[in-house]
Design a protein around this ligand. Structure first.
Ligand SMILES: [Zn+2]
Length: 162
């Protein structure tokens, strides 16, 4: 494995453990030349069904993309990143357990809605109000970013509200 920080190929594994609910191996590596550390993941290919988007296009399930799409509505809300990461792990497991080679993006969107509904009303409404009316996650995320850029949180959005 090449070092991402210098041209050296001389890196070694310093730690190795299961990750993503046992579906991946996380390796911590150290470069023998520059001493930098980095992390790699080993995952089984092609176990998670591909996602069919609303426009009919198919793309691989992308956990980073799902994580981004749940992080955005949770900004400045009391939902921690560990919680979100654990959810994405569970979601990936759920999707992997679904029969067939493909899954509709709407199915994933609905699972995200169920999760956010349990976590935080504001995050849920943010996600639902935008997600329901857009045809793709990308379009949705653009809109969500616009909303967030508009103005600071209004008084009714205070986290301290019951
Ligand atoms: Zn290096």
């Amino acid at each position: 494995m090449d070092c991402p920080f210098c041209p050296s190929e001389d890196t070694r594994v310093v730690d190795s453990r299961l990750a993503r609910a046992g579906r991946a191996i996380r390796r911590r590596r150290s470069c023998e030349t520059c001493g930098e550390r980095f992390t790699t993941y080993e995952v089984v290919e092609d176990v998670v069904p591909d996602v069919i988007k609303e426009n009919g296009r198919t793309e691989p399930f992308n956990r980073e993309k799902v994580l981004r799409s749940v992080r955005l509505p949770c900004q400045k809300r009391p939902v921690g990143i560990e919680n979100l990461t654990a959810f994405v792990d569970r979601l990936e497991g759920q999707v992997a357990a679904m029969p067939g080679r493909t899954v509709k993006s709407r199915v994933i969107g609905d699972l995200i809605l169920d999760y956010l509904r349990d976590q935080d009303a504001v995050a849920y409404v943010r996600y639902a109000s935008v997600y329901r009316s857009f045809s793709s996650v990308d379009e949705f995320m653009d809109e969500l970013k616009k909303l967030q850029d508009q103005k600071p949180t209004s008084p009714s959005n205070k986290p301290s509200d019951p």
